[in-house]
Ligand binder design. Structure first.
Ligand code: PGA
Length: 254
């Protein structure tokens, strides 16, 4: 597939996989996807598996991401993990502001923006998640919600940092529900997000920022979604937990 921006497909393993299971999966992914160069491949295991998965993927085309990090550099923050700690395991990406964290941990746009700045300060690339709920979409609030989230969650980033960030559009109603946005719904939300980014930074910068789609991506819908002009990859939850389904998503996207 000839795309303006290089596709980036990331697996968000969420709170799944023991170390042994994670190692099994990464070995399988290396077998299945070892030759893929057309797509940036990222896996985001839980913190507890990062050390071993890092060693197992070091010699491969698979890059490592974390699912969250602290806004702080270190100190008395019980239970938190800093960017520096992630860097020890060669982590390159970090998912920030996932809707599950916004919902269960009450993460705000302002907090996500501080975390994004902290990630960039340590040269980690943030995958900044935004997306509307079904109620918001049906109430005609989608654009307003997305604009608020984008402006708030990327606030304060320089143009250079913005270009090194990834945005993930994940409509909340499509996450873990089996309901995927239609290709038209995905493309129009992505184009809208890019127009906001263009207003915040400038058009050339906005054209370089990769926008992933997330929400029930599977092998059967990957090709159609990835073929949309403003869809630059996928953030995959459930279907990233098994080597066959993740590998098929990647293969169907190129
Ligand atoms: P899903 O999750 O693919 O299981 O819908 C996507 C995500 O939450 O990143």
């Amino acid at each position: 597939m000839d795309k303006e921006r290089k596709l980036i497909i990331a697996g968000n393993w969420k709170m799944n996989k023991t170390v042994a299971e994670a190692l099994d999966l990464v070995q399988g992914l290396k077998r299945e996807l070892g030759a893929i160069k057309e797509v940036d491949l990222v896996i985001c295991p839980p913190f507890t598996a990062l050390s071993e998965v890092s060693k197992a993927s070091l010699d491969s085309n698979i890059r490592l991401g974390a699912q969250n990090m602290s806004e702080h550099g270190g100190g008395a923050y019980t239970g938190e993990v800093s960017a520096l700690m992630l860097k020890e395991f060669s982590v390159k990406y970090v998912i920030l502001g996932h809707s599950e964290r916004r919902q269960y941990q009450k993460e705000s746009d302002a907090l996500v923006a501080r975390k994004a700045a902290a990630a960039h300060a340590m040269e980690l690339k943030p995958i900044i998640c935004v997306g509307e709920t079904l109620q918001e979409r049906e109430g005609g609030l989608m654009e307003k919600v997305l604009e608020t989230q984008i402006r708030g969650s990327l606030a304060g980033l320089s143009k250079e940092q913005a270009v090194e960030s990834i945005v993930a559009y994940e409509p909340v109603w499509a996450i873990d529900t089996g309901k995927t946005a239609s290709t038209e719904q995905a493309q129009s939300a992505h184009a809208f997000i890019r127009s906001i980014l263009s207003g915040m930074f400038d058009e050339p910068a906005a054209k370089r920022i990769r926008i992933q789609y997330g929400g029930s991506v599977k092998a059967a819908n990957a090709r159609e979604l990835m073929s949309q002009a403003d869809v630059d990859g996928a953030l995959v939850g459930g279907a990233s937990l098994e080597e066959r389904s993740f590998a098929d998503i990647v293969k169907n996207s190129i």
